[in-house]
Write a protein that binds this ligand. Sequence first.
Ligand code: ZN
Length: 274
Amino acid sequence: MDEAAGNLAGALNGLEEGLLLVVTGAGVSSASGVATFRGSEPDAVWKQSDMSLATFDYFLRDPVGQWQWYLQRFEALKAARPNAAHQALVSLEKWQRERAGRFRLVTQNIDTLHEEAGSEEMIKVHGTCDRFRCSRAGCSLGSPTGSLPRDEVDLSAFVSEPTRETLPSCPVCESPLRAHVLFFDEYYTEHQDYRFAEVEEMAMAADLILFVGTSFAVGVTDLFLQCGSRRSIPMYSVDPAASRFPQWARLIALQAPAEELLPAVCRQLGIGDS
Ligand SMILES: [Zn+2]
């Protein structure tokens, strides 16, 4: 562990004013009790429920069923609190900013744990669980730019009696609301909040990419791996599971839990309160 932390701390130190790009996946939140989507753990979400539930196609066929499934996930997220990995990433961001370096966090997670911990330069490329949007594209509260805060939506009628009539509806056009997240059958360019153009820019501009708790199973990690490999920049992956990134990627795997390794890196750099 100390050797891995020292290795990463050395690379971060050498980065100086360059752009540090951190890419997080479900693994960063697992120590907070959030089930991972594709992990090997027995509570991984996709072991329990079919991946086809998180699609726009399913929403169109059975909006009541999808809302019920989605609200169940919300309940599971409610009790979660940021862990030492989230905190360490906040410390790294501050440290990088203080030495006039650049920093950006791209998260695939829809939970709000990075924000709660205090991360600032952040892109939520798969959307967020604390907002909804109108399911009608072109509505001012729907794609490509609109959404509304979750706490402005009254879910009580639906929760007590889930039917098509009680579905949460858009305050502008009365179409059913939907989750403000990227479904598996949708594109990153679907909504402005995913900030995908910026994500592509980051992939081309990063001087070091640090992957944390990502399973490399979705498109956006491939983009980073390809750009990073082509540009021969240092790339690290922190994940307690055996590495699942493709063979061609030039990436250094640090096999350790993020909530232990990242605070150790901060200690080696003499930053944060850990
Ligand atoms: Zn609407």
